[in-house]
Design a protein around this ligand. Sequence first.
Ligand SMILES: Cc1cc2nc3c(=O)[nH]c(=O)nc-3n(C[C@H](O)[C@H](O)[C@H](O)COP(=O)(O)OP(=O)(O)OC[C@H]3O[C@@H](n4cnc5c(N)ncnc54)[C@H](O)[C@@H]3O)c2cc1C
Length: 465
Amino acid sequence: MPGQTIGKHAIVIGAGMGGLAAAGALAGHFEQVTVLERDRLPSHAVPRLGAPQSRHLHVLLPGGQRALSDLFPYFEQDLIGAGSVPLRMLRDFRMEIPGVGALPQRDFGWFLYCGTRPLIELITRRQVERLTNVTIRQGCAAFLLTAAFDGTMVTGVICEDADGEDETLAADLVVDATGRASPTLALLGSTGQKHPEEIVIGIDLRYTTTMFAIPKDRSTEWDTPADWIGVGTWPPAPDRSHAGYLMPIEGKRWMATFSGQNGLRPPADPEGFLCYARQLNTPTIYNAIKNAERTAGFERYFLPASIWRRFDRLGTFPRGLLPIGDSICRFNPVYGQGMSVAAQEARLLNQILKGRAAKPDPLAGLAAAFFSKSLPIIEGPWNMSAVPDLAYPDTRGDRPPDFEKHLQYNRALFKAAILHADVHRRLAEVQQLLAPPDILKTPYIEGLVQMELAQMTSNPRRLVQ
Ligand SMILES: Cc1cc2nc3c(=O)[nH]c(=O)nc-3n(C[C@H](O)[C@H](O)[C@H](O)COP(=O)(O)OP(=O)(O)OC[C@H]3O[C@@H](n4cnc5c(N)ncnc54)[C@H](O)[C@@H]3O)c2cc1C
């Protein structure tokens, strides 16, 4: 329940991961928060129409887990109670990187709780339902933002409610968590305001996903340390984009997702799927699934591009409106960052609102403050995912001038991480969104990377392992 509030009513459009986290952030600052969701929300962990990606592998990185736990104190406890599989990073996770090798499975002492996206979302929704001043209205589609005539101030939302009736809701703040920023872009367009510049990396990413029962001998092994519980086989870019991920989920199952980019389409039939597994850079996943019982059909997904809408570069932005999550930036999902970034943005929003509570007009300039402070949350993951995607010649997007050097540097960094546990830990913290990339910029780490770079130049075979 709110203490000192800064407004009467806030509306969140969308009850996906970004919208739910935002509702948690707003609950302490507004008398009432309403979440509008066009879907009927399932009472158990099953995929739904408005989040078609929920049929595919979703890893909640420790950085996102921490942000959700900061917003919702029972989040982790409830996720564990709901049957998610604890995976000790990186001891239980085998990360296979072509040109580098399998990273050592060192135990850094933090856990990833693995489950399906519907389970993660359901547990997050349950946290929001505990907040007595938040109402989730399902089957309720927002179709227009109401605003002052010149569009400089948003005053509410017109939605179609569950009975098909139009309704106008007034609000001091509207958070656009629709995943596509459609309400925000429509308002900017209809009131003659500038649309944000979009940075687009055209990846033409295709996913195929299915599930397997984890063979008995493996599941009993979990009581004692096994070789690995989850595995990721990265693609040998730029030659081929075949990638595979096998992660445990609730119900003693593995979710297997294969991806391909720029025209490569992982098959969606039993033989083709296994054949694709054989084409991965290592036989690890093929060996794990070749005799495993498949428990689901095949699901496909196509994502043409990663998109970053640079709201931060607009000089002005309507008061009372804030996009969040995928509405700002949609990442290539193979790096598992989207939910975590959305959760970290929501945690930031909570901090910003706390800091503004005593101001005479706390909502003035909120969007500008949020956009500038959320830049580091987005920039690190964006660089980690978009830059490697540009390694494929067919990927559309602007390559930085020192692109080749950047790729070589990254390979050398991974090599240094294999050799030095302290470098590995820092690299893992950055990849898991627990720390910003700056923690890798120390003279010690840069020195080790330079040594690796020198070795790679004098002996290029070190790259091919
Ligand atoms: C194939 C795939 C795999 C992914 N894997 C991962 C992963 O491993 N790890 C990870 O962290 N992220 C992953 N992501 C990204 C992740 O799904 C998103 O980043 C995350 O869901 C962002 O949440 P969001 O709330 O911004 O958008 P969404 O989760 O898409 O939610 C938007 C919600 O808004 C609702 N909505 C839309 N329009 C309206 C309207 N007009 N009125 C009312 N409601 C509306 C929709 O029904 C939906 O519920 C993956 C994405 C894809 C496509």
